[in-house]
Write a protein that binds this ligand. Structure first.
Ligand SMILES: *Cc1c(COP(=O)(O)O)cnc(C)c1O
Length: 485
């Protein structure tokens, strides 16, 4: 039997869905996606074609055409929603682009425990139930000087757990200058309320003194808290109380103290000529009883939140049923263990930990990649726009050192014409770059597109992807930039 269009019929005879499924033409589509999805897609597609009976060309019913159309639709639907992009934003720890990139060791460790059973909560010596955080606790303690540590889903969860455990129905003293909104719904006052604690603000936005804390302490006080201001900086006539003084005051009054460090780093970044961020060790050494920090910010590991500090307080956090709800999974713990292991060898850390490597990357190295990218872009753009290497400033991101920029290099693409025209073309180019097979994420800057090359270590995949960037001669004299359909 022949499939498809019957030559004599005025209306083509359409092969049945079952016939089509058996046909050679659809064989590879069935092999890729399975019989049931192809059958359903065929039915739906044929229904649409029949509805358009008058307008659909007979060729649309041919098995080869159906295979192409159905195959394309199913391929598209099967493409993962979450996919790699090229981060040319200049923000190294970009929350919307997934923050820290993991070292290979961590990726391999995740794959191992994903593939096979592991001793996640199994005490190999006694054969009894074990504690999942035990796999990383000793490492955290060694790297920070803490007595104990635990790990939860992220730093927001860590803050929540600390407040809920130590301060339910009681008050927490925080400086007004530290009541920050980090973004993505994390606002210190809101977390406080949800954790069941009462916020007791002291001082003013720009200045808070030790006496403000001291005078605020009353019988309802449960905790003195310091919050890293993260994504903003107060300048000018300012005063904040150092960790050490808050910690001492808390100890004198028999209260615990807690610092939410946000990005908390384990190493002194000055060793790599980066601006100093308070380390977890320094904060604990200043006397804070508990410190919380993110795993996927400056630490450069998987998403998680770590609380480190006094053993008796950590034990209380562990007993809180919320800990069960906020705990992190075996993949995270496997990756975190490997990342922490890298910290044990500080001399090779910068070469092995992607976050630090990108932050400390020499400008000359970035400029070399920028030059390659600029050449490729210029070749694609022709005389429609200029692409040239420029100096620019990257940011760390995720709240660390919001104001200081890291000297970097990038490609600036600028169309010609009036300012308005340049803005319009820049916006279009940004969209076109995002639509590439490997989406390139840049940023608009003063009438042009800026592609900061700090995070572009391997330029080849981007160059390959750029081949799909098409510069259209626009219908009405205007030259437009568009991605391939
Ligand atoms: C980023 C940040 C948080 C939230 O951490 P996540 O790991 O993103 O949940 C909390 N507090 C501060 C000060 C931060 O900078």
């Amino acid at each position: 039997m022949s499939l498809g269009v019957a030559p004599s019929a005025s209306r083509p005879r359409i092969a049945s869905v079952d016939e089509l499924l058996e046909s050679q033409a659809l064989g590879s589509v069935v092999a890729r996606h399975g019989r049931v999805p192809v059958r359903d897609a065929l039915r739906e597609h044929l229904d649409v074609l029949r509805a358009e009976w008058g307008s659909a060309p007979a060729s649309a019913f041919e098995p080869a055409t159906l295979a192409l159309d159905i195959g394309r639709a199913l391929d598209q639907a099967a493409a993962p929603s979450l996919r790699p992009v090229a981060n040319l934003t200049g923000t190294v720890l970009h929350t919307n682009l997934g923050r820290a990139l993991l070292p290979e060791e961590a990726i391999e460790a995740m794959a191992r425990v994903a593939r096979e059973p592991c001793n996640l909560e199994f005490d190999m010596d006694g054969g009894a139930r074990g504690e999942r955080d035990a796999h990383v606790q000793a490492q955290v303690c060694q790297l920070t000087g803490a007595d104990a540590a635990l790990v939860v889903n992220n730093n927001a969860a860590a803050v929540m757990l600390v407040l809920n455990t130590l301060a339910t129905r009681r008050s927490v003293i925080v400086s007004r200058g530290e009541l920050v909104e980090i973004g993505g719904q994390f606002r210190v006052p809101d977390i406080m309320t949800r954790a069941g604690a009462r916020l007791h603000e002291v001082g003013t936005t720009n200045r808070t003194h030790l006496r403000d804390y001291a005078e605020a302490i009353d019988p309802r006080t449960a905790l003195l808290m310091k919050v890293h201001p993260s994504n903003y900086e107060i300048r000018g006539f300012t005063a904040s109380v150092p960790m050490e003084q808050v910690a001492n005051l808390a100890r004198d009054r028999g209260l615990p103290s807690f610092a939410d460090l946000g990005s908390g780093t384990l190493v002194d970044l000055r060793a790599w000529h980066l601006p100093h961020e308070p380390t977890v060790r320094e904060t604990l050494a200043a006397g804070m009883d508990l410190v919380s920090f993110s795993g996927d910010k400056l630490l450069g590991g998987p998403q998680c939140g770590i609380v480190a500090g006094r053993a008796d307080l950590i034990a209380r956090l562990r007993r809180n049923p919320l800990k069960r709800a906020l705990r992190c999974d075996k993949l995270t713990l496997a990756a975190l263990g490997e990342v922490l292991r890298l910290y044990g060898d500080p001399e090779r850390l910068v070469a092995r930990l992607p976050t630090l490597r990108l932050l400390a990357r020499p400008r000359a190295d970035i400029a070399r990649v920028a030059a390659e990218l600029a050449d490729a872009l210029q070749a694609r753009l022709g005389d429609r726009a200029s692409a040239r290497v420029v100096d620019c400033a990257s940011t760390i991101g995720s709240g660390a050192l919001p104001v200081a920029g890291l000297p970097s290099a990038g490609v600036r693409i600028e169309a010609s014409g009036s300012r308005r025209e340049r803005d319009r073309q820049a916006a279009r180019l940004l969209v076109a770059l995002r639509a590439l097979p490997l989406p390139v994420i840049g940023r608009l800057e003063e009438g042009g597109v800026l592609l900061d090359c700090r995070c572009l270590e391997d330029v080849a995949p981007v160059l390959r992807s750029l081949e799909a960037l098409r510069v259209d001669a626009a219908p009405a004299s205007k030259k437009e930039l568009a991605p391939h359909p």
